[in-house]
Write a protein that binds this ligand. Structure first.
Ligand SMILES: Cc1cn([C@@H]2O[C@H](COP(=O)(O)OP(=O)(O)OP(=O)(O)O)[C@@H](O)[C@H]2O)c(=O)[nH]c1=O
Length: 677
């Protein structure tokens, strides 16, 4: 194809877009690129002060986003991509770098600083070429560039500013505006690539791909693997585009990575060639936007450390399949356990004690009591909760050390206790975001099941029989909805989680084109109400078992919304209500693939092209302790398991749902939406 000779060169390669930006996804898929979506977890927190120019910051952030995904995929997705693309868009005005606003005030600050002025939009792009070697190691090769576009805003009145901010559009966009939508009305002129402002400089990207796949190979045949690390030898000096981009990309970034490079010798800045030396490999590379990832080793190691630090585990470097490499056979002499090491292990061993202290205080209504009567001492609390003084004092002190209560020492008197803000927000039973119901479920159901975790792991199945003396064919019918008391407790638990996560899920995607939704297994309707709150044109039918629907009215909000209705039925057996959008929030993780297929098949039958499925689950891609432990939880508790975003995409694909888009909401749940083709 003449129009995209480069894009077609990528056919058959595993191209990964390391971005959650729907605009980048759209620009690249409109260009005919087929890619897998793996949003980066790299946090955009590089110190801007370390960069000489704003574009260097954007390029470095793009690199780190792409590298994080390139390094994660072989472990977490068990496949190595061929190419990973990362990007970062920033707006600069008056020497400031503007990223996405954190709230409305921040959006106001950004937009008023742009009013009546010209500003620059920079998008940094990183392309990582991954080469898997026979020994399972992966070589990375990095190409990066940036594009600048100048944009001039008209003078913005206060009314315009606030109307625009209240439209919600600014919140996920650099500089607080979207030129492709309502924000276009604020713009007087654009000099440069429009798509660069939207989030991805497509033209420049195609030129870079052309360089990688066409000219470079043709003109110098120079991409080769020397057996140790992939080296890009000096590009032919008569590659005009390369040198042109090199100058348009500015000098090699003096980012922290470049300055801290281990074993890299930079040549004088006027020389087009510098040497890269690593281990026993030496080669020359042309000065351009080409950089060897190996020469970024310090920074990538930093990125890796950052990831692992968040899990508080330090591991030696690993290969793509997780084997340890670079390990000396003879261990260095052990200087004895370090305090932090021991502390980490002890924290893990004691985790269950902390959980049980929280459950106990919650079950004994300590947080409710201290909310209504703050400042009680241990004896007074003991009297109120009808418990021993000694035991109560131990429990209160444990809660203080866990950050759930505050204590105030008094001279010659016993300390008094109050809730911390955390307890006020989440632990008292009447708080809007109360997790009291979920904590009760954890204490009464999950705890006994988890005490049989070893059996669950050995047998690969739930532990209801061992924990509750009852074999269950269907955990919902036989256990959770078996008695009124247990059913209410379970519904309370689901209600509290839906209230805490509902808004993030309801606002994860633009759902304005949908008029009707059906929340399958929507329980008390808490999630449905969040959807109708967020989308004024949407009506939601909650579809759940008759036993659930008959109790749901106990949970309806004071001001009921007639756009939420309830229909009783079994989604495996009965006909599903017709809807444009089917919501499955924390449903699929309860079931094995066979049952998920039955349900998705029924949804596909009820859907016409353009209808969509929205799945809200904790996705394993995060590999946070929360998601992996939640998977163990599903093992011990249900027939299901947690899955990765690509597993959900595959399941949906099999039933004719495509154009999958994933959002990590930074709340308990992630969201995937896919459209019926
Ligand atoms: C100026 C402008 C920006 N954007 C969006 O702003 C986000 C920038 O943020 P980012 O950090 O570069 O990307 P992200 O959205 O966080 O995604 P990720 O790649 O995962 O970091 C991107 O979305 C862009 O489209 C628009 O949609 N229109 C505009 O006119």
């Amino acid at each position: 194809m003449v129009l995209n000779p480069v894009i077609s060169k990528l056919a058959g390669k595993l191209v990964v877009l390391a971005s959650a930006s729907p605009r980048r996804q759209e620009i690249l898929s409109n260009a005919g690129l087929r890619f897998e979506l793996v949003p980066s977890w790299f946090k955009e927190t590089l110190d801007k002060g370390l960069f000489k120019a704003p574009h260097e910051y954007a390029v470095e952030t793009a690199k780190q986003k792409a590298l994080e995904v390139a390094r994660r995929m072989p472990f977490k997705h068990l496949k190595t991509p061929d190419i990973v693309i990362g990007a970062d868009t920033i707006v600069t005005v008056d020497g400031m770098i503007l990223e996405k606003p954190v709230d409305k005030q921040d959006a106001y600050r950004m937009l008023s600083s742009l009013s009546g002025k010209e500003h620059s939009v920079f998008t940094g792009v990183a392309i990582i070429l991954c080469h898997e070697k026979e020994n399972d190691e992966v070589d990375y090769q990095l190409v990066h560039f940036y594009e600048e576009t100048k944009v001039k805003f008209a003078d913005l009145s206060e009314d315009m500013l606030w109307e625009y901010i209240n439209s919600g559009e600014p919140m996920d966009k650099a500089g607080g505006y979207g030129i492709q939508a309502l924000g276009g009305m604020l713009v007087e002129y654009v000099h440069g690539d429009f798509l660069n402002v939207v989030g991805f400089p497509l033209n420049h990207f195609c030129k870079q791909l052309d360089m990688i796949y066409n000219r470079l190979e043709l003109e110098s045949g120079s991409v080769h693997n020397n057996g140790t690390h992939l080296i890009l030898t000096q590009p032919s000096p008569n590659l005009p585009a390369l040198s042109k981009h090199s100058s348009s990309s500015g000098p090699r970034p003096k980012s922290p990575s470049a300055s801290q490079t281990n074993g890299t010798q930079s040549s004088p800045s006027d020389s087009p060639i510098h040497k890269v030396k690593r281990k026993d490999t030496e080669s020359e590379v042309g000065e351009s936007s080409w950089t060897l990832v190996n020469s970024l080793s310090k920074h990538t190691d930093d990125a890796e450390t950052e990831l692992r630090d968040s899990e508080n585990t330090k591991l030696p470097p690993t290969t793509s399949r997780g084997h340890m490499i670079g390990h000396n056979l003879t261990e260095p002499e052990d200087s004895g356990p370090k305090k932090e090491e021991l502390q980490r292990i002890i924290e893990l061993m004691d985790g269950f004690k902390a959980s049980k202290a929280l459950f106990t205080a919650s079950e004994m209504c300590v947080f409710d009591l201290l909310q209504s009567q703050p400042g009680l001492d241990a004896a007074q609390v003991a009297q109120e909760i009808k418990a021993s003084e000694k035991g109560t004092e131990c429990l209160l002190e444990a809660c203080v050390s866990l950050g759930l209560l505050k204590s105030k020492e008094r001279k010659y008197q016993r300390p008094v206790y109050k809730n911390t803000d955390l307890a006020k927000r989440f632990l008292r039973s009447d708080a809007p975001f109360s997790l009291h119901g979920y904590i009760q479920h954890c204490n009464n159901t999950v705890w006994p099941l988890f005490s049989h975790l070893e059996s669950a792991v050995r047998e690969g199945s739930n532990q209801h029989e061992k924990a509750f003396g009852k074999k269950s064919k269907d955990v919902f019918q036989d256990t959770f909805y078996n008695s009124q008391e247990i059913k209410l407790r379970f519904m309370n638990a689901m209600h509290s989680i839906a209230k805490v996560t509902g808004k993030a899920i309801a606002t994860a995607f633009d759902l304005s084109r949908f008029k009707t939704a059906c929340d399958l297994g929507g329980c008390t309707g808490a999630m449905a109400y969040e959807f109708t709150k967020a989308h004024p044109g949407l009506s939601v039918t909650v579809f759940d078992l008759p036993a659930v629907v008959e109790m749901s009215e106990h949970f309806h909000p004071l001001h009921t919304d007639n756009r939420v209705s309830f229909v009783a039925g079994d989604f495996f057996k009965d006909e599903l209500p017709k809807a444009d959008l089917y919501i499955l929030a924390r449903i699929l993780h309860d079931w094995p693939d066979e049952k998920v297929h039955i349900l998705l098949n029924k949804i596909a039958d009820a859907s016409t092209p353009g209808c969509a499925v929205l799945i809200a689950e904790t996705m394993l891609d995060g590999q946070t302790a929360y998601s992996t432990l939640q998977s163990l939880n599903m093992l011990a508790q249900t027939e299901g398991l947690e899955r990765t975003e690509s597993q959900y995409a595959d399941l949906l694909n099999k039933h004719g749902f495509g154009d999958t888009c994933v959002i990590h909401t930074k709340n308990f749940l992630d969201a995937v939406i896919a459209v019926k083709m």
